[in-house]
Write a protein that binds this ligand. Structure first.
Ligand SMILES: Cc1cc2nc3c(=O)[nH]c(=O)nc-3n(C[C@H](O)[C@H](O)[C@H](O)COP(=O)(O)OP(=O)(O)OC[C@H]3O[C@@H](n4cnc5c(N)ncnc54)[C@H](O)[C@@H]3O)c2cc1C
Length: 371
């Protein structure tokens, strides 16, 4: 008999497994796939603190960032970048940067010049920087290798058992019915990502969930260039809630809607992170649907690349990889924890910030369950 069964081996499930295992609980994680294949390995690996929505999202991100930093050395996960440079080309962006710096979320962040931004990311165009925000708070890991390494740490150091290629069919602790037989556990936490129909479909539907589809690219610069930090731009100031919800962001959003209509209509903003081999992960777009189509039209990639070229001078760059990902989305919340029974929780991050917040959420759920 396990103390805890977790359905889903994405970052949300793994974060809950870590929090429970650190308290000495005997944990099993069940996933239908042979290896991680969902949103958790398709993202930027950008553990973003600065720019998350004010309140508990920002707070969870701060805690989750600390947990990533704690476990990275023992899991063999390299922190590839630290910090963020947020470029502001428009005067309206400058006002948002200044307003953000005046909030508690601006603590430790600074306003920097184009020359200072170029010290961190040498290919930043000077005409893309009227003002820039530098944040030291953010981390970047390579998700496609980091997620398996977190799972390996859980198995190796904490004795967490993994049942892969195992679909969970019914959750009624102490009985967890799966395609490979019954697993016994006192408590169950369901972390199904954007699968809203396999388990507890009516309860999940009550949160008006939908899915968001994102385009992603991997770009190789023609010659080596080192990005000390991640890079975002004006479109991010108009979209990430930590900035976009500030009253000072209203003129920026109006200008972006008027002048960068295609980007805004396709939910495009610029995030650029760098991998160990020097290639850049570039994204992303946001299209919402109950069942997003699986297609990735090049027009959307071109909008992303237009903003990339507006901010970064990398002539001769080539695209070496393209993929799409999906994540859960809800109109009025960035995450929820549902309680079908005293010993069952459903935990879903309904926004594009699960890599940045899950370790905090996991600790919260485990503290609530076990005191
Ligand atoms: C392209 C992209 C970019 C992103 N960028 C960022 C970013 O910059 N920063 C950030 O913080 N976040 C980002 N995100 C969001 C983040 O990746 C997600 O919030 C997070 O990965 C969600 O984790 P999860 O564990 O809920 O989902 P998943 O990783 O999808 O995992 C869910 C798992 O549950 C399993 N499962 C579901 N139902 C069952 C069942 N019945 N039985 C067995 N197994 C089941 C699935 O097989 C899957 O492995 C991005 C996402 C995408 C797609």
């Amino acid at each position: 008999m396990f103390d805890l069964a977790i359905v889903g081996a994405g970052i949300v499930g793994l974060a809950h497994a870590l929090a429970a295992a650190r308290r000495g609980k005997k944990v099993v994680v069940i996933d239908r796939d042979a290896q991680a294949n969902g949103a958790s390995i398709r993202n930027f690996g950008f553990v973003t603190v600065t720019g998350q929505g004010a309140g508990d999202c920002w707070q969870m991100a701060r805690r989750a960032r600390d947990v990533w930093a704690e476990i990275a050395p023992e899991a063999g996960i390299e922190i590839l970048q630290r910090g963020l440079v947020m470029t502001g080309r428009l005067p309206e962006s400058e006002a948002v940067i200044d307003a953000f710096l005046a909030t508690e979320m601006g603590e430790g962040c600074t306003r920097i010049t184009a020359a200072e931004a170029a010290e961190k990311v040498p290919c930043i165009r000077s005409d893309a920087v009227r003002a820039a925000l530098y944040s030291p708070h953010d981390l970047r890991v390579e998700s496609r290798t980091a997620i398996p390494k977190v799972a390996a740490l859980l198995a190796g150091k904490y004795g967490v058992e993994f049942r892969r290629q195992t679909q969970t069919l019914n959750v009624a602790p102490p009985q967890i019915e799966t395609t490979r037989g019954t697993i016994k556990a006192e408590v169950a936490i369901v972390c199904p990502g954007d699968d809203f129909t396999s388990l507890f479909p009516e309860r999940i539907a009550a949160y008006n969930v939908t899915r968001c589809k994102l385009h992603m690219l991997r770009v190789r610069p023609a010659s080596p260039v080192r990005f000390e930090t991640a890079v975002m731009s004006d479109l991010g100031l108009g979209r990430y809630l930590g900035y976009a919800e500030l009253p000072e962001a209203a003129p920026l959003k109006a200008r972006l809607d008027a002048e960068m209509r295609a980007a805004r209509e396709n939910g495009v903003h610029l995030i650029v992170t760098q991998s160990a081999d020097g290639t850049l992960i570039v994204g992303d777009s946001h299209h919402y649907a109950t069942t997003p189509d699986p297609f990735a039209p090049t027009e959307v990639d071109d909008i992303m690349l237009e903003e990339f070229d507006r901010v970064l001078a990398l002539p001769g760059r080539t695209i070496v990889e393209r993929w799409i990902g999906t994540y859960a989305s809800a109109p009025d919340r960035w995450r929820f924890t549902d309680k079908p029974a005293d010993n069952i929780r459903i935990v879903i991050v309904t926004s594009g910030c699960g890599a940045s917040t899950s370790f905090g959420i996991g600790e919260e759920t485990i503290a609530e369950l076990y005191g």
